[in-house]
Design a protein around this ligand. Structure first.
Ligand code: FAD
Ligand code: NAG
Ligand code: NAG
Ligand code: NAG
Length: 532
């Protein structure tokens, strides 16, 4: 009896002087109890005192804003090597009441996959689970969450030159966050979003069960198509539908200055683009620039407008199409480049035309600046006066860029309630506000400039709610501290912007699958308010 008391006393004592170690020990014991051999633990669990902690943490930080000494750090990092490890991690996090962040490719623009100011947290890093299994006979693939888009595209191309997947254009973006967040890329007008080409998924739920589509049920499978994964569980893998592309595709990039009619061209693009042939995607970049007047030689701050396109066909047929539908752009054959689909992937990811597809297997080929993004949906063309005042402001600021992403085509054919992603027919394009910088300490000022431009756009964008795209994470639209009394109210603020009329159904599903809100981040879907 006495001996037992003594042991209990010691445990309590060590808890109060070293809460962190105790969490670690309790967690490790729980993992061992859940069949992860002791000998493997050190390969997948890291504490701040271990040598690998910082490199493991930093290898998928993709935004310098969250790579600072002041950035809150996890107290444990776990990097599962097998799917059942994920199950054990969830069971033990729940048991210990550990807040868990889930990270795949780490491209969340606000770092919500590996940072929170909201109390201590642990990091589940999925980067070791990255198998890709492509099956051309049935035109599908299983891909684990830790794989990157470039690796997926490469593995598809390796087996077929006429198949693709309609995901994003940056090769280092992680499959894990991208697909469930309704990722889009230059094939969206023909084939829709990542979630429109998703057949099945495996998710570890709050009870640690590994569920496929059949086992999770259609409600949860609906929710993770656009509602993100992080509110519901850990997505371990996706089964995707491959899409068909021709052996030759055509790309172009045409730049126009304001003196070359950029304003008029962008105005016209707004009504032509949403209705044009779905084999064609034209993105428009508006970037700060300076222009020298040919006559007076006076240089003025300005903007330049670039039209960048992917066309599923030959340069000849693209030229014919453009002559008919958008002759004002004056596209010439020599502006066009014919290539395989995989070479067009490299073009969109800013590689030069000598780069070989193997670069897509390099997981660290890029460096990252400080980044801030915001998004908007546009439902009616911005009038010429609006574009003029926008260009004027952007010329003054000389820092923030805009990306106009064409919608229409397949996007209009899918009901806004078919998946959790609501921004379908009625939206003609989406704007990304894009602010990159490399000087330290400029965060408040530069985010301020981005907000100024966002304010200026208010008259021209969607209203009630002003809609936003989940994958362009922006904490300015609202955040959640998950306190029991305010969580739902806070969640509704950003929830309506991200999910519009799908928000209520997402809350119901969240409440059913994770009533205690283990799976949460600063912008996750709240559970339903408690009470009568
Ligand atoms: C350089 C760059 C280019 C981009 N280009 C595009 C583009 O072309 N098209 C586009 O649509 N988007 C684009 N994005 C946005 C990108 O799609 C999102 O940031 C996406 O969420 C990133 O996924 P990830 O796995 O890399 O991110 P992470 O930061 O790892 O995760 C993002 C979110 O998903 C959650 N999550 C991650 N993995 C899992 C999992 N396995 N289970 C459950 N939840 C999970 C995280 O907790 C977090 O909430 C780009 C972002 C960057 C930084
Ligand atoms: C984070 O900092 C480390 C050095 O401390 C550096 O090697 C790495 O490239 C940085 N990553 C980002 C995204 O800033
Ligand atoms: C600009 O547009 C106007 C009318 O649309 C046209 O007359 C003019 O030639 C164009 N200028 C250039 C440089 O394309
Ligand atoms: C590759 O790019 C270079 C430089 O931009 C260009 O001169 C060349 O014509 C391009 N080659 C092909 C095959 O597109």
């Amino acid at each position: 009896m006495n001996f037992l008391y003594f042991v209990v006393f010691l445990c309590l004592c060590s808890f109060s002087i070293g809460a962190k170690d105790n969490t670690y020990n309790g967690f490790v014991q729980c993992l061992i109890a859940n069949k992860i051999p002791n000998s493997e633990i050190q390969k997948l669990v890291f504490t701040p005192t271990s040598k690998s902690f910082t490199p493991v943490l930093q290898s998928y930080i993709r935004n310098r804003r969250f790579n600072l000494s002041t950035t809150p750090k996890p107290n444990i990092i776990i990097t599962p090597l097998q799917e059942f490890h994920v199950q054990a991690v969830v069971i033990c996090s729940k048991k210990l009441g550990m807040q868990l962040k889930i990270r795949s490719g780490g491209h969340d623009y606000e770092g919500l996959s590996y940072v929170t100011k909201n109390g201590p947290f642990s990091l589940l890093d999925m980067s070791n689970l990255r198998a890709i299994d492509v099956s051309i006979p049935d035109e599908t693939a299983w891909v684990q969450s830790g794989a990157l888009l470039g690796e997926l595209y490469y593995r598809i191309w390796e087996k077929s030159k006429v198949h693709a997947y309609p995901g994003g254009v940056c090769s280092l973006v992680g499959v894990g966050g991208h697909i469930a967040g309704a990722g889009y890329g230059n094939l969206l007008r023909k084939y829709g979003l990542t979630i429109d080409n998703l057949i099945d998924a495996k998710i570890v739920d709050v009870q640690g069960r590994l569920l496929d589509r059949k086992a999770m049920g259609e409600d949860l499978f609906w929710a993770i198509r656009g509602g993100g994964g992080a509110s519901f569980g850990v997505i371990v893998s996706y089964r995707i539908q491959l899409v068909r592309v021709p052996p030759v595709v055509t790309t172009f990039q045409v730049e126009k200055t304001v003196a070359q009619n950029a304003t008029d061209l962008l105005f016209r693009w707004q009504s032509i683009a949403p209705k044009i042939d779905p084999n064609l995607f034209i993105r428009v970049l508006v970037q700060p620039n300076s222009e020298t007047d040919a006559a007076t030689k006076v240089t003025q701050k300005s903007v330049k407008v670039s039209f960048i396109a992917e066309y599923l066909g030959t340069a000849d047929s693209l030229e014919t199409l453009m002559d008919k539908e958008f002759p004002q752009l004056g596209l010439k054959k020599q502006d066009c480049r014919e290539s395989s689909w995989i070479d067009s992937v490299l073009f969109w990811d800013n590689f030069d035309n000598k780069t070989k597809p193997e670069i897509l297997l390099d997981r660290q080929h890029n460096t990252y600046n400080y980044l801030k993004r915001k998004s908007d949906y546009i439902q009616t063309p911005i009038p010429v006066e609006g574009l003029t005042s926008l260009f004027k402001k952007m010329s003054e600021l000389q820092k923030v860029g805009l990306v106009f992403n064409q919608l229409g085509g397949k996007m209009d054919e899918i009901a806004s309630t078919a998946t959790a992603f609501p921004h379908r027919a009625g939206n003609i394009f989406m704007i990304q506000y894009s602010m990159n910088w490399d000087e330290d300490g400029a965060e408040i000022a530069n985010i301020g400039l981005t907000k100024q431009l966002f304010e200026l756009m208010t008259p021209y964008v969607s209203k009630n709610p002003r809609q936003a795209f989940l994958n362009y994470r922006d904490v300015d639209i609202g955040i959640n501290d998950h306190s029991p009394t305010t969580s739902y109210k806070q969640g509704k603020v950003y929830g309506l912007k991200l999910y519009n009329t799908n928000f209520d159904r997402l809350v119901k599903i969240k409440t059913a699958v994770d009533p205690e809100n283990l799976f949460r981040n600063d912008q996750s879907i709240p559970t339903a308010p408690k009470g009568p």
